[in-house]
Design a protein around this ligand. Structure first.
Ligand SMILES: NC(=O)c1ccc[n+]([C@@H]2O[C@H](COP(=O)([O-])OP(=O)(O)OC[C@H]3O[C@@H](n4cnc5c(N)ncnc54)[C@H](O)[C@@H]3O)[C@@H](O)[C@H]2O)c1
Length: 437
């Protein structure tokens, strides 16, 4: 396996050295003569623990060399683009280096019948590889991606300062590919790394990289806001975060990371309001926590717009409580959605697996009678009746056999899916509208 790495900065130099260590023949390319000279001499062009030794070993073994783009492309099976994608003044991605390299790689691709795969390793927004890299490669080479050469992505998740360990002990390798052959070639590059490999569509892989970094930024900002608030309230934020992180069921876990509809219930909105109100009164700036409430409102509004966009007026609201398996209606986004739609003149039938009007009693009966008598009257005892009387169904929660819902809809009915019902999009086609899928 021969791999070309174009761009020998933080990402390219580390990738080149680590692949050479794994026995891959690597040829590195850069427009910066100093970096090329350093690597050719087995010295690191950047400060990165362990990189000097690894580069020296790679060069001494003959597995790591440098050359021109043309030499690199001709010799290689896989050509990785690892040039910089800095911010333009507007914040937009500056893709000038990626564009240029794509054109140069395309112009260098020989028509010798050998299937080479071009891999975008630089961080680029969803759609860039397909919309900006692919056409440049195809125009410059006169060949077709997926047929004459492969196209893939392989975003990089290493952290500067521990990147060599991160490479060999990666928690996962992500490959974006829209055809099997391209995916297989990138897989082969990572044969020596024991991490699980996720092969996903190219756009998904591009998005995963931004999702990771956005999440990391939010985590850091969150910890810092909590610590600032804690300090203003006479608490050591380090102690708080330590105990918080000890919960690996709800806190440091996949819980609450599945996209769905807006959050609600008797705790999250109330407690967020309390903390942000106290912060305002004590001059502690908590823009992230303030934004959590604003973000939730924006997400709620997306649900309203999806129903409006369906163009239907008879709505079957499937789910009224704030989440599955509870009848708690306090601050339920589905209640707010029902109120909004009624206010806009929609006709509503409401079915909730956990709220049966005939069996309603105690606190919930009193809550509905006091706060939502008009909604109580719209509650249906039967899912079939609600479906029959509606032309758009709006799903806000799941219940045990909810998967059968798509099968029960008539051909003239539309589903607005606010929870991500598996298989429903495929089954319903253009009669389906999802909120984040
Ligand atoms: N630095 C990180 O820790 C890190 C981590 C993950 C992802 N990334 C992403 O990886 C990409 C590269 O980042 P970096 O930090 O390695 O950038 P960098 O600026 O350190 O390196 C980019 C290299 O590309 C070279 N280059 C530019 N134009 C070229 C051309 N036409 N031909 C050949 N070489 C050319 C530059 O001379 C430079 O050496 C970026 O998209 C970045 O967002 C970086």
């Amino acid at each position: 396996m021969n791999v070309a790495i174009i761009g020998l900065g933080y990402v390219g130099a580390v990738t080149a050295a680590c692949l050479a260590k794994l026995g891959v023949d690597v040829i590195g390319v850069d427009t910066d003569e100093h970096k090329v000279a350093a690597i050719a001499a087995g010295r690191s062009p950047i400060a990165e623990p362990g990189l000097d030794e690894l580069l020296a070993e790679g060069v001494a073994s003959g597995r790591l060399t440098t050359g021109t783009i043309r030499e690199a492309v001709e010799r290689s099976d896989v050509i990785m683009i690892a040039v910089g994608t800095p911010s333009a003044p507007s914040g937009a991605l500056d893709l000038a280096a990626v564009h240029r390299v794509a054109e140069e790689v395309g112009a260098s691709l020989p028509a010798d019948g050998r299937f080479r795969t071009v891999v975008v390793r630089s961080t680029v927004l969803p759609g860039t590889t397909d919309g900006e890299v692919r056409p440049r490669l195809e125009d410059a080479s006169g060949m077709v991606a997926g047929t004459h050469f492969g196209l893939a992505t392989n975003p990089e998740f290493l952290r500067e300062s521990s990147s060599i360990r991160d490479f060999f002990e990666a928690s996962r390798t992500v490959i974006g590919a829209d055809d099997d052959r391209s995916a297989q070639m990138v897989r082969a590059v990572y044969a020596g790394v024991p991490a699980p490999i996720y092969v996903v569509p190219i756009r998904t892989s591009e998005m995963v990289k931004y999702t990771d970094n956005a999440f990391h930024a939010v985590k850091i900002a969150f910890a810092n806001e909590i610590a600032s608030f804690a300090r203003a309230n006479g608490v050591d934020g380090r102690d708080v975060m330590k105990v918080m992180a000890a919960d690996d069921r709800l806190n440091i876990s996949t819980a609450y990371l599945r996209p769905g509809y807006a959050f609600g219930g008797s705790c999250l909105p109330k407690d967020l309001r309390a903390i942000t109100d106290r912060a305002r009164k004590t001059d502690v700036d908590l823009p992230l926590l303030d934004a959590a409430l604003a973000s939730n409102t924006a997400h709620f509004e997306r649900g309203v717009r999806l129903v409006e966009a369906s163009g239907r007026r008879n709505v079957g609201l499937l789910g009224l409580s704030f989440k599955s398996s509870t009848d708690d209606l306090r601050e339920s986004p589905a209640v707010a959605l029902a109120e909004r739609l009624l206010g806009k003149g929609y006709r509503l039938s409401i079915y909730d697996e956990d709220i049966h009007p005939e069996r309603l009693r105690g606190a919930n009966r009193a809550f509905i009678d006091r706060h939502l008598p008009h909604l109580g009257q719209l509650l249906s005892e039967s899912l079939d009746a609600t479906i029959a009387g509606s032309d758009v169904l709006v799903l806000t929660k799941v219940w045990p056999d909810v998967e059968t819902l798509a099968l029960r809809l008539r051909d003239d009915q539309v589903l607005v899916d606010l929870v991500g019902l598996p298989g429903a999009a495929d089954r319903l086609g253009d009669r389906y509208a999802g909120i984040g899928w």
